[in-house]
Design a binder for this molecule. Structure first.
Ligand code: PGA
Length: 249
């Protein structure tokens, strides 16, 4: 299968991705869109309100679904993914999205499987995922689907890789949690459309492995290549020498 790879100059990349996202909300005002935290999408989220306004669109009818969450941090902790996505995007959208679905990791009786079941039920009741947007982890993970995750892995609570725990400290999750809840590979691959974001030279090697190496659970992002509507949105530092958007939208 040919993967659609859209490479944009680094300075144009946030506007390119935000513009495509705004277009999805313009085309489908009730879209159900799963979004990541992490540093990659930050400039995209900062730009999104402008791109929505430019199209006379809003996310006011949309459902935003959080891709993953740390387990073990108290509610309201600024390093939690739910608090982060609210801060960097959801609370900046005017009007706010109709619905924000996150993992209820605070439920008193919430063992891993009940957290996953409640999340999947909420997504199903919203109508299923129209689009999943993913950052590319330095170890090849997507969401918290760490190396070794097979394509049929469902929504679940997982043990975090050491590199993921180290990265969590940088996102304010300190002390770093040992576990996390994540949309599984099966849920990602079951979405109508999947976008993989990669920006910066530090992502070039792992993006190369994901796109050009074998499709293997050792690099979970490589498993995305089986999706018929995968789109890779990279800047020219993460995908050097391959400049140029594939198609306008
Ligand atoms: P980053 O993280 O966007 O901060 O590079 C991506 C990830 O680990 O999923």
């Amino acid at each position: 299968m040919t993967v659609r790879v859209d490479v944009t100059r680094a300075r144009d990349w946030p506007g390119r991705v935000a513009g495509l996202l705004a277009e999805r909300f313009a085309r489908n005002p009730r879209a159900v869109v799963c979004l990541p935290t992490g540093s990659t999408p930050l400039p995209v989220y900062a730009r999104l309100p402008v791109e929505l306004a430019a199209r006379g669109a809003s996310a006011g009818g949309a459902t935003i679904v959080l891709l993953d969450e740390y387990v073990g941090l108290p509610a309201g902790h600024p390093g939690r993914c739910d608090a982060t996505l609210r801060r960097v995007l959801v609370d900046r959208l005017d009007p706010p999205p109709a619905r924000f679905i996150a993992f209820d990791v605070d439920a008193a009786a919430g063992d891993g499987s009940s957290i996953a079941r409640a999340f999947d039920a909420a997504v199903a009741s919203a109508g299923g995922l129209d689009l999943v947007v993913l950052g590319l982890g330095a170890n090849g993970h997507v969401g918290l689907n760490e190396p070794g995750t097979p394509a049929d892995a469902g929504t679940r609570v997982v043990d975090l890789a050491e590199t993921t725990r180290t990265a969590a400290i940088g996102y304010g999750a300190d002390p770093p949690p040992r576990r996390g809840a994540t949309l599984g590979m099966a849920g990602i691959l079951g979405a109508a459309e999947v976008w993989l974001l990669a920006a910066g030279a530090h992502k070039a090697a792992i993006l190369g492995a994901a796109l050009d190496g074998p499709a293997t659970p050792a690099v979970p992002a490589s498993l995305l290549r089986t999706h018929p509507r995968l789109r890779v949105l990279a800047d020219d530092a993460a995908r050097p020498g391959r400049s140029g958007p594939d198609q306008p939208a």
